[in-house]
Design a binder for this molecule. Structure first.
Ligand SMILES: *Cc1c(COP(=O)(O)O)cnc(C)c1O
Length: 219
């Protein structure tokens, strides 16, 4: 089974439940799954109140600053931070609720313009702003990186893209986050490519269709 395989490797499974009904999430919850991922604010806002309070909700999609407020009371980890402005807004909303929100920075690794994220330079720039303003950013915790590989059958390309993400992750850990045990997450790998992602150092996979079946509409 998938969960045993991942547990043995120390990889966290985020069950991506976007477009699926709350009952599907409850079924998996009953089997012990606690980490679930959504990528539409509206869907998360509808599902969260009707599901168990100890679910760790991962927001895995592109997030607009003006929507942070809707998920700030409960979101556990925001995967796709791609600007300093968004980071500041997450901090502001987290502070309102007296909590800390974990975030990952999104590195753009795919050979496709439709996938969001920053390049290495963008990440370095964001980190420079962050370092300079750390004292006023006490309500966020940068825990690692996230990325999405190109949707292709070319395994070598996918592997190279994941390797690039893992390199950037290791570089950041050895520079900005020395001795910071909370910086431990390299979120990469989906239903079609998670094996390769794990071989390239993933610590967290985001799997949807393999667990819940194909989605009725693309998301
Ligand atoms: C939908 C989605 C996934 C899961 O995709 P599957 O191919 O269904 O496993 C993972 N990550 C992100 C960012 C997604 O939007």
């Amino acid at each position: 089974m998938l969960t045993e395989e991942l547990t043995a490797k120390g990889v966290t499974l985020v069950a991506v439940s976007k477009t699926k009904p709350a009952s599907d999430i409850q079924d998996l919850y009953n089997l012990g799954q606690r980490d679930f991922g959504e990528n539409y604010v509206q869907e998360l806002v509808e599902k969260q109140p009707v599901l168990p309070a100890d679910i760790r909700w991962h927001y895995i999609g592109h997030l607009q600053s003006n929507k942070v407020k809707y998920i700030a009371p409960y979101v556990y980890l925001i995967h796709a931070v791609d600007s300093f402005k968004l980071l500041e807004e997450i901090n502001r909303q987290a502070a309102k609720h007296n909590r800390t929100i974990k975030v990952l920075l999104q590195l753009h690794i795919a050979d496709e313009e439709t996938k969001h994220g920053m390049d290495e330079r963008g990440i370095t720039e964001l980190m420079e702003y962050y370092e300079a303003q750390k004292d006023s950013l006490q309500n966020i915790e940068i825990c690692g990186l996230m990325g999405m590989a190109t949707f292709t059958d070319d395994e070598a390309q996918v592997r190279a893209e994941f390797a690039r993400l893992n390199n950037c992750f290791k570089h950041m850990k050895a520079s900005y986050f020395i001795g910071k045990s909370h910086f431990d997450t390299c979120s990469m790998g989906m239903s079609g490519d998670y094996h390769i992602a794990i071989e390239e150092g993933s610590t967290m996979v985001r799997i949807g269709s393999m667990l819940f079946g194909a989605r009725n509409y693309p998301a």
